[in-house]
Design a binder for this molecule. Structure first.
Ligand SMILES: Nc1ncnc2c1ncn2[C@@H]1O[C@H](COP(=O)(O)OP(=O)(O)O)[C@@H](O)[C@H]1O
Ligand SMILES: [Mg+2]
Length: 324
């Protein structure tokens, strides 16, 4: 007897349901389930813009986030250990079965390509942001502080030379940690504030974040992509000798990074971003919307163009098509 064909993958997964498995948390993008010492991170197709989760999902986006994070976790292990146990669907189904979950075809299809089994860590209370280019909130702050003149621009205690333009490459990548806001925007902090929150972990986190940035930006540059900036999260685990530090969450995806196309890079102005630009541009073009929830609905062509951008980011960086 031939087995029945596998269920087609659902077009859009807005929420993951795994009966029998307790939920650990629900983020803007991920549904997270608790397996004791491990967590199952399921990247849905939810998308947020201006810190608001939109009603429409982006088909395949969650699979891009999971597969790209897995790619980077494999390729940065030499820099720092990370939380990934496996992103293999069969291994994940086996772990779920072991935890007493009945993995139906529906559940398997829902999770396909978008789930990661990870070591459960205690997240450190800082977003470890690294920037190689002057953009976003750092550019706004730099511009505001430059207006008063002076031989150096403080920029959260970093001391940059004056005269840089928007999107300029920085002389050296900079570490600009920010708070983890439970809602709304993360706020930048000065090095002493980060040190107060991170204690003895502060120099380790800064060093790991900068080395991760350098490794990833070199790899991305080979593929014609500039890694303008990115955000890492780290967590701790009790280790043999104190605490081990792990890279956790997602890594070096379009959601946590600004990727620019090197072929059209032109400093002195904002650069088109790889991914959410269509969504942001569309929302900003809607007359009268004040950036408060709920956000306007996305038209189908914006959804499709954005899905294509995410797939393209995966393809450009890994050199491979997104696995089916
Ligand atoms: N290994 C881990 N251990 C504990 N928590 C983790 C781990 N990896 C990621 N997390 C947490 O899971 C959440 C990821 O879900 P996401 O939808 O990206 O959330 P957010 O809306 O905060 O960005 C984050 O709060 C992150 O801190
Ligand atoms: Mg997140």
């Amino acid at each position: 007897m031939t087995p029945p064909p596998p269920l087609p993958l659902p077009d859009v997964v807005l929420s993951a349901e795994i009966p029998g498995l307790p939920r650990h948390a629900t983020g803007k993008v991920r549904d997270i389930f608790d397996l004791g010492d491990a967590l199952l991170l399921v990247a849905t197709d939810r998308i947020s813009a201006f810190d608001i989760v939109l009603r429409q999902g982006i088909p395949g986006k969650g699979r891009v986030l999971t597969q790209l994070s897995a790619f980077w976790f494999e390729n940065t292990r030499a820099v720092i250990e990370n939380h990934l146990l496996t992103a293999n669907d069969d291994a994940i189904a086996a772990a779920l079965t072991e935890a007493g979950v009945k993995v139906t075809d529906e559940i398997a299809a829902q999770l396909a390509g978008r789930a990661m089994l990870c070591r459960k860590a205690t997240p450190l209370p800082v977003e470890a942001v690294v920037r190689g280019y002057l953009s976003g909130s750092a550019w706004k702050e730099y511009r505001a502080q430059s207006a008063s003149g002076g031989a150096s621009v403080d920029l959260w205690g970093l001391g940059l030379s004056p005269g840089l333009r928007e999107s300029d490459r920085l002389p050296e990548p900079i570490f600009t940690p920010s708070t983890k806001a439970t809602s709304g925007h993360d706020l930048p902090m000065r090095p002493d504030e980060a040190a107060a929150l991170l204690g003895g972990f502060a120099p380790v986190i800064e060093d790991a974040a900068l080395r991760l940035y350098r490794t990833a930006s070199e790899r991305a540059a080979e593929r014609g992509i500039l890694l303008a900036d990115t955000k890492f999260e780290f967590g701790t685990l009790p280790g043999s000798d104190g605490f081990d530090i792990l890279l956790i969450d997602e890594a070096l995806t379009p959601d946590s990074s600004r990727f620019w196309d090197a072929a059209i890079y032109e400093p002195g102005k904002p650069q088109p971003s790889f991914d959410k630009q269509f969504v942001r541009d569309y929302l900003e073009s809607v007359p009268g919307w004040d950036k408060q929830p709920p956000a306007p609905d996305l038209p189908p062509d914006i959804v499709e163009k954005t899905a294509e951008k995410y797939r393209d980011a995966y393809h450009r960086i890994t050199g491979k098509a997104l696995p089916k």
